[in-house]
Design a protein around this ligand. Structure first.
Ligand SMILES: *[C@@H]1O[C@H](CO)[C@@H](O)[C@H](O)[C@H]1NC(C)=O
Ligand SMILES: *[C@@H]1O[C@H](CO)[C@@H](O)[C@H](O)[C@H]1NC(C)=O
Ligand SMILES: *[C@@H]1O[C@H](CO)[C@@H](O)[C@H](O)[C@H]1NC(C)=O
Length: 926
């Protein structure tokens, strides 16, 4: 599976509450006495299910499960089902009926979805039986089990139905009675009975189609490899395939042309993994590799063996609309991710959901690092650090995080299972894998993986079995490894390494503590970790060798050098899973080194880590924000995307809390520290742009123009007025947003109004909503009829107005509250109106604004009925935001004011003037 990972909080708290609240202790796990080995499954759908006008939402099923008892005295069989009505059930052996089981004698427990089939005599141990069911199931409308979806066929202007499956984690039981846990691997043979005019695809190749008469056909598919039930898949549709009988992408006919890029990625991804794992895909047991798309899906993609399913937008590219770099990157990453699952997940499967990271962590890792090998222009190896590692370090420092590995008993209920589908399994899992591969060396790691995949082919595994292979291929550190693996997989969280330089410069001290954003939140502050330590110094600035210099446990460590060192950077390339906090004078010296030397020999990952760590220490109140912004002065020569991404992630929280009066000083600071990068990238796209330059320009233009860099706004206005060339899809919204803000509102709005392609409608509305002429936009698009009756678009437009013009929030609030009934009418809802005001108030930064809100509340709360509560909560939220800013940003604002003293302002404006002249000169030359 591939998705962004669920947000953590509700997923952690809900299961806990459910568990505390349940009085009886249910057993959610099936016993292991009975083992299935083969499912012969026949699914039959009628024409009416596929008729959009009158879908019946039912299908017929018929399954014969070959099973054996491995224990004596087994006189009942328990397996799963959900939303299925069984009509007949019989037990057979050696071709003879043993008994028919009356439906009413079976018992079913809703909470555990377990069906128990009673037998009149015990099963003979190790003898094959056939348990046959006939049943009817429901075609779901939510994307789980067998579900239906529809799309508009442009050629015929008619609606078409598709039936698609999604079984992970526990939804195969919606399609057939089965042993629906990953450990019960079996072979499946699927037959789909369908009306003519449709085609069926499933995990394996089609071997036979039988004409059943009455315009009905039965498609029989080859036997699958031994696999878990959650990997079963089939689709009934009018899709058309690109490719051949062994590698194909299926989608609706009008999208056929949009799959050529994804097909080319698919062609490259599979050989790369065949080579890496030294075990060709076909030899895993399935000849075919098909991809298909679906209009609705809960995740981006799902790795069903031989039939990977993607949400439409993941693999479809429409020229001029969705063929930008970001979209291509998304396609590459998803395809590579699902390819990795054919080995990690499908061939070798976790024994239980508590070990989900062993599939998702590995797949996420390869998504970036094999993706990087195949398409180096995206620098996915570097992007991983800011997009995955640094994000998960934040998540993993909150109360309610979870360890990678959860013991089987801790993951029982459906909620507990889905709780493992968290970003911890994906991003921390991938970060852990990256740490291991870098520390042990890629050759050793790859050999360990090859051996592991061969040893457990078609089996289920536990983390200890994976880790054993890593250990036996790791040279050195033998005595540290068990403790290292344990502390990062069984324990939650991670440490910050405190680094202190002895005055003489001859030694450095290291110490660890758990990093928590709020150490008082109830988390266990005493956890310690076995941490691989790598470092480089000015004496020995080697950042390439990522082998640990040593492993550190609790307590103080001392490293001594031959000559005094000027600076040290710990955790090369942020390869290991921890933060680093330097004590002065080290921070200043590192900053100086970055400023004075050609900083590109300190890797971008480390530059980004320095900035991200500092922001997090400030978020955790371990340092002042001034320390961070001072450090970031080095960035006036920084032109790489990776550190800039980290910087803007951190600044988001700070800039949102600055008052309109404080903004000019912040804007000036921003213009100064972006001098080099802005000079390099400018505001115009170019066909020579590297991918990360494109992403980087997006960041810079979005921030600089929003924070009123005069030059940014001028350049954008000139570019926009000078030519009407449509910006590339990557840059379109950001450039048009800046243009709308810089006076191009009318034309951007026209683009929105004329755009007929749904893909660009919302981005263009968002872009036009960046205008500073908020009155006109509000009257036309929000309370007027410009956006039709689409309330969600109106809300987006309103939010953009103040988010994109932070200095205008007060007059925007006053305008909206002048006549609140107008907004309530436009949104057709008082609760939505209250929510819109509450969202706006989340951006309030002054006590005057708070007064505006409280006065409004006193006068008008009665209009809102019960949703007035949303407004009173918003007031509390404003209080705590103001409080936070007063406590935490006082020194920062002083610092910004001081650094922008009159002299500084004069020289830089001159510089800006010169630069802008230069840029416009360059522009004119083009
Ligand atoms: C497509 O069908 C819809 C409803 O059936 C109709 O309103 C619309 O005008 C048709 N569009 C075209 C281009 O024929
Ligand atoms: C199908 O296409 C793939 C990718 O181009 C190719 O590697 C494979 O050999 C083809 N298979 C057949 C049976 O033609
Ligand atoms: C800085 O170093 C990098 C790599 O070592 C090199 O590519 C670049 O040209 C250097 N830049 C300057 C301004 O010397």
């Amino acid at each position: 599976m591939n998705s962004r990972g669920y947000r953590l909080w509700p997923m952690v708290i809900l299961p806990l509450l459910t568990w505390l609240g349940s009085s009886e202790c249910l057993d959610y796990r099936l016993g292991i006495s009975v083992k299935p080995s083969f499912y012969n499954l026949r699914i039959s759908v009628q024409q009416d299910v596929l008729n959009p006008a009158a879908p019946s939402y039912k299908f017929d099923g018929d399954v014969e499960i070959t099973l054996q008892s491995v224990d004596a005295d087994v006189s009942q069989i328990t397996l799963h089902k959900d939303d299925i009505d069984i009509t007949t059930c019989g037990l057979y052996t050696k071709g003879e009926l043993v008994e028919n089981i009356a439906i009413q004698t079976m018992s079913f427990e809703q909470a555990t979805q377990q069906l128990t089939v009673p037998l009149t005599q015990a099963l003979v141990v190790n003898q094959d039986y056939l348990l046959k069911f006939k049943y009817t199931g429901k075609v779901q409308t939510r994307p789980e089990g067998l579900f239906s979806s529809s799309y508009l066929d442009e050629e015929t202007n008619t609606s078409k139905m598709v039936l698609i499956t999604h079984m992970q984690a526990i939804n195969a039981r919606l399609v057939l009675p089965c042993f629906d846990e990953p450990i019960f691997k079996a072979k499946f043979q699927v037959t789909i009975e369908r009306p003519s005019g449709f085609n069926a695809i499933s995990n394996t190749k089609l071997i036979k189609t039988t004409d059943e008469g009455n315009n009905r056909f039965a498609d029989q598919f080859d036997v699958t490899p031994i696999m878990s039930s959650y990997l079963l898949a089939f689709i009934i549709s009018e899709y058309k395939a690109r490719g051949n009988s062994t590698l194909a992408i299926y989608t609706r006919p009008s999208y056929y042309d949009h799959t050529s890029f994804s097909y080319s990625v698919a062609e490259r991804a599979l050989p790369a993994f065949n080579e890496l794992f030294q075990q060709p895909y076909q030899e895993l047991g399935n000849e075919v590799f098909q991809y298909a798309t679906t209009p609705i899906f809960r995740h981006n993609s799902m790795e069903n063996w031989g039939l990977v399913i993607f949400k439409d937008k993941v693999v479809l590219e429409e020229p001029g609309y969705t063929d930008g770099w970001a979209q291509k990157e998304f396609t590459i990453r998803n395809i590579v991710h699902e390819n990795a699952h054919m080995w990690f997940g499908n061939s070798v499967t976790i024994a239980w959901w508590g070990f989900f990271w062993m599939q998702e962590g590995l797949a996420r890792y390869y998504e970036f690092f094999i993706g990087h090998e195949l398409y180096p222009e995206y620098q996915l190896d570097q992007q991983f650090v800011v997009h995955k590692l640094q994000h998960i370090l934040t998540t993993d420092s909150l109360y309610g995080t979870q360890p990678l590995t959860s013991g089987e008993w801790r993951v029982q209920t459906p909620d507990e299972i889905y709780n493992k589908f968290s970003s911890i399994s994906f991003a921390k899992g991938a970060s852990f894998i990256r740490m291991c591969r870098n520390a042990m060396g890629s050759e050793n790691f790859d050999r360990a993986v090859q051996n592991y995949l061969k040893e457990y082919h078609l089996q289920n595994t536990y983390p200890s079995q994976f880790v054993a292979h890593l250990k036996s291929n790791w040279n050195g550190f033998e005595s540290d490894l068990d403790s290292f693996f344990g502390s990062f997989t069984v324990q939650e969280g991670y440490p910050v390494i405190l680094v202190k330089l002895e005055e003489s410069g001859y030694s450095v001290f290291f110490e660890q503590q758990r990093f928590l954003l709020n150490p008082k939140d109830g988390s266990d502050v005493a956890l310690t970790y076995t941490v691989p330590i790598t470092f480089a110094t000015n004496q020995s600035p080697d950042f390439e060798d990522l082998t640990p210099q040593f492993f550190m446990y609790a307590g103080m460590y001392k490293q001594t050098f031959d000559k005094p060192i000027e600076w040290i950077i710990v955790n090369k390339k942020q390869s290991n899973y921890h933060r680093v906090k330097y004590t002065e004078p080290l921070v200043g010296r590192i900053q100086k080194a970055l400023t004075e030397i050609n900083h590109s020999y300190i890797p971008v990952e480390n530059r980004a880590a320095l900035v991200d760590d500092l922001f997090n220490f400030a978020h955790a109140d371990m340092i002042d924000y001034v320390d961070v912004l001072k450090f970031m002065e080095y960035m006036s020569t920084e032109t790489d995307y990776i550190p800039w991404y980290a910087a803007y992630e951190g600044l988001t929280r700070v800039s949102k809390r600055l008052t309109p009066q404080q903004l000019p000083n912040f804007n000036k600071y921003l213009s100064d520290i972006t001098a080099a990068v802005y000079n390099k990238l400018g505001v115009s796209w170019s066909s020579n742009d590297k991918v990360l330059d494109v992403y980087n320009r997006n960041l810079q233009v979005a921030w600089l123009c929003k924070y009123q860099s005069e030059d940014c706004n001028n350049q954008v206005r000139q570019k926009f007025e000078a030519d009407s060339e449509k910006p590339t899809p990557d840059y379109r919204e950001i450039f048009y947003c800046a243009a709308s803000r810089a006076g191009g509102y009318d034309r951007v709005l026209q683009y929105y109004e004329k755009e007929t392609n749904a893909i660009d409608r919302e981005p263009l509305l968002r872009a036009s909503s960046c205008t500073r002429d908020y009155r006109t936009h509000y009257h036309n698009q929000i309370i007027g009829t410009g956006s039709g009756n689409d309330v969600s678009l109106k809300l987006i437009a309103l939010a953009q107005l103040y988010e994109q013009n932070p200095d205008l929030i007060t007059p925007i609030f006053q305008m909206v509250t002048e006549d609140i009934t107008q907004l309530a009418n436009a949104l057709d809802s008082w609760p939505k109106t209250a929510q819109a005001l509450s969202d706006m108030a989340d951006y309030f930064t002054t006590s005057e604004q708070r007064t505006l809100l409280s006065d409004f509340y006193s006068e008008k709360y009665a209009l809102f009925g019960s949703s007035a509560e949303i407004l009173s909560k918003a007031l509390t939220n404003v209080d705590s935001n103001l409080d936070w800013a007063a406590k935490r940003l006082g020194d920062l604002n002083k610092y910004l004011a001081q650094r922008n003293g009159a002299a500084g302002l004069a020289t830089t404006s001159l510089l800006m003037l010169m630069m802008s002249t230069l840029v416009s000169f360059v522009l004119k030359q083009q």
